[in-house]
Design a protein around this ligand. Sequence first.
Ligand SMILES: *Cc1c(COP(=O)(O)O)cnc(C)c1O
Length: 833
Amino acid sequence: MKKQNKVSATSPSSSELKKLIEHHLQFTLGDGSHVENHQAMWKATSLALNDIIVKKLEATKQQQQKDDHKSVNYLSLEYLMGRLLSNNLHNLGLYQNTEQALKDMGYELADLCEQGADLALGNGGLGRLAACFLDSLATLDYNAMGYGIHYQHGLFEQSFDNGRQIEAPDMWREFGSPWEVCRPQSSQLVPLYGHVEQVFQADGSSEMVWHEGKHLKGVPWDVPIVGYHSDTVNVLRLWECRADHALDWDLFNQGNYLQALDQQVQAETVSKLLYPNDEHPAGQELRFIQQYFFCACSIKDIIARFEINHGKLAELDSELFASKVAIQLNDTHPTIAILELMRVLVDEHHFAWDNAWALCQQVFAYTNHTLLPEALEKWSVALFERVLPRHLTILYRINEAFLNDEVSKQWPGDDEMRRKLSLIEEADEHNGYQRKVRMAHLCVVTAHKVNGVAQIHSDLVKKDLFPEFHQLWPTKLTNVTNGITPRRWLKACNPLLADLLDKNISGDWAKELTSLSALAAQADDAKFQQEFMAIKRKNKEVLTAEIKKLTGVTVSPDAIFDVQIKRLHEYKRQHLNLLHILALYRRLLANPELPMQPRVFIFGAKAAPGYKLAKEIIYATNKIAEKINNDARIQDKLKVVFLPNYRVSLAEKIIPAADVSEQISTAGKEASGTGNMKLALNGAVTIGTLDGANIEIAEEVGDDNIFIFGLTVDEVKALNANGYDSHQYYQNNEEIKACLDWLDSDYFTPGHAGELSALKESLLAGGDPYKVLADFQSYSDAHQALDLAYQQPKKWARMAILNTALMGKFNSDRSIEDYVNNIWQLNAGQIAK
Ligand SMILES: *Cc1c(COP(=O)(O)O)cnc(C)c1O
């Protein structure tokens, strides 16, 4: 039974909103003069809205305390939130009233929604997933809390200098953010360093005592998470690190003022910046401390919240605690939370070891996001020993029990198996003679459920990554296919299409996304096709202007807009796309009358600052783009643009205008992908490999409405087993050879031959680890089929409509219900159900 949306009954009128905004202009910003200042107006509007939101937040908190339902605590080192104004307005149902209020004051709401920095506290898909999940949890009225780090600087800002990526620090809260509330009363102290002593009692028993070396203070900033047309406002709690002044007081008193201040600076570095690596952990001590700092603050906070209703946590409350608290680990980044909860239960709440361990096993669940071996986190034992000596002793005890009670029972006398499954990787030449802690192993051993993020990925987790764990615990490994929130990724970012859907779908499609399947009946309807494609065309005109603004390049909205937007990584194969662009260019030079639809290739991607080849791929793309865009011989049939500073707010502009979605990772490498879902939902047709969620997208839209190409997972495995030699493709495919040799010349970098050679090298001498050359021909053929399809407008319109119609499965609300039913076992709140 769905309850009526209560928002409208109590929502403020446009004149009340106007008063609120004017109040903030005058008293918070001290600027009552109505000057033409979009930034001030944006801030006043956001602050006005936040007043309304915080009121709802307090009501939600009280209701949740009264209900005392089980809550889920989502631990993630990354949240890629994007901008909040437009989304919060849509979710509150206040967009129209606010638009009217601002019109009365001489402003366009749409312009203000373009103000303000993105909250870019994440790298890519993993962080954006966390953001979509928070939106769905609040929308579905679940008691949920997100925990993360209040980075002073989020993901770096990208620009290009003569085609090369330049990084600048992100300054998202240089002048404060209107969306966060500081909660100093909920601060936490976190111990670290020092040493452990085994202290013996009179009865001969002993306990480990941690003599803590240093303390950090965690100060929480709360970002309210507004549910869509629900009364729930949950919280994303982000921890900022400060020095613990209480302990520094001695230094001040001893006259050591500078040393005391220096400690403060050191402490503040812990939450200073987001590490910009995607799918490749950097391994520095500061990153390790970041992970521990936010986990320790969050575990203490979770216990404190439990104790509000239930009193001091004691061993007797184990079952109760497990029935009230679920903790989800978003990848292995928050793994230390497991050891911290064990430590707090045993050392501070005096639980017996076995009871503490049983509790942890009930509470934690873990999401695996990658199979890439280089992305699986391992921390050196030496670092653990120095920073978290007590946690290391806990880890050893867990490992000993696991190896003796579980592994040796299942595989008696099998030392190889013990070595393989141990939480500690022993020192050998492969790891530089360092012993290392395998974070993913600790997660799997502890968690009651371990999920992959798309069906094929979860199958590979069972088959290739953790086959022995799967044998040991056959029901532990499971799947939850990712999703995206249709509120941000259609309703807010594509208002024209949203209006068309409102007119053609009964009920609220932004909640019940599967209701879009009703559109399938109109996929061949001439009038509906015309309306749908007219909207696509309008969105392309808007993006055309944006492209001009960002790059200076003029493109035509008549061309196919072919989009690849995602982090720059070899496994995602932007260089396969680029190689195909070179081939098209070459074909056009050979035959300017080549029958092909004009095409604009649109890229957006940041490369990790230390990832050399990724940066070379950006440089090559920019240089090749420059040449192609200025070559009159090809009559504007081909354009290539690399839009700088790819981020959520830029994605929101590109996605509504995309005709084609490039999802071309090497099969088996992309765990799920979510960009693929956003683009298909907005009517882009996918060209992609049988990888990640592409497979499930193909199942939903049908083989006729997607362009699948390339090696399958099994074929990639076979190629590796038989010894892949990329040189064969170079020698036997004349087009591949010519395009790669082109990179050695100075054709794209006049006077600087060899500047693009690193790319060719990686595909030949480098062994082409991601099978770019093996998939090239099949990719090129798929593009040819796509070009032919686009030449038939009715056929294309049908495909585009069916993509929008059949994406219902990929609503993140569905993902959340899967977690709720199969992993967390939550009840929805009373507020709206
Ligand atoms: C959705 C999204 C991603 C993830 O894209 P994939 O194609 O799934 O890798 C990365 N960055 C931003 C800004 C996004 O919005």
